[in-house]
Ligand binder design. Sequence first.
Ligand code: FE
Ligand code: FE
Ligand code: ZN
Length: 279
Amino acid sequence: MNLIIGSHVSYNNKSQLLGSVKEALSYKSNTFMFYTGAPQNTNRSVIEDSLTMEAYKLMKENNIALEKVIVHAPYIVNLANFNNFDFSVSFLINEVERCSTLGIKYLVLHPGSAVNCSREEAINNISKGLNLILDNDYDVTILLETMAGKGNEIGKTFEELKAIIDKVKFQDKIGVCIDTCHLNDAGYDMSNFDEVLDNFDKVIGINKIECIHVNDSKNEISSHKDRHARIGEGQIGLDDIVRIINHDALKHLPFLLETPNELDGYAREIELLKSKYNG
Ligand code: FE
Ligand code: FE
Ligand code: ZN
């Protein structure tokens, strides 16, 4: 078995999915993750099917499986905040539709931040939003990301994610994306990853994990900072990251780098992790 690894790649209006595939291939990735526009805004362009078809052809030629490719929702969307709720819901309904048009199965979403409300209300708002968004015929699963717990972020514990998931009607369309930097910053001991996954399994169920963000962290465990470091240059360290990509329960899933890198940095990290994979 090959390690399924890639990174966050760009996506622009002009070349769309085709441009993202080309960028992923330039790093020797066999999967990738992208935002359907800028991560920090919600302006989105119309998808051109001819570019999508060309992208599929290139993916097929290079053994990139479409069902392992991930879209990340923009991080300014906040389902927890009731003031902006209608906008967030309608944006995400359109985002799910865009994923479906592109043939993408998984949409990663930051659960939200408890602005002007309690954490309990935030969790209720998020579940309510998800039930409005997932109520459709699209074969797209939303993956809630484990968060560092910066500010009022929801999703810094498995229990919080579970509380959201439990209120979602469409159980087959909700899953989790674990982020190694965020787990460390949230207080999970990544040097004892077996225990972290056992805990996840007891609280949520390991089969809910559909992708992993592989990042080192600039900060100590429980720092709640969310500052990503390059692989092996942070507080988690290469050895623990190598154990994570080789974990039996996860090794078939896509691993995505979101490390602070210039272009050749991703290529180096992808090569490094491939060389450390036991298959
Ligand atoms: Fe994220
Ligand atoms: Fe992440
Ligand atoms: Zn992060």
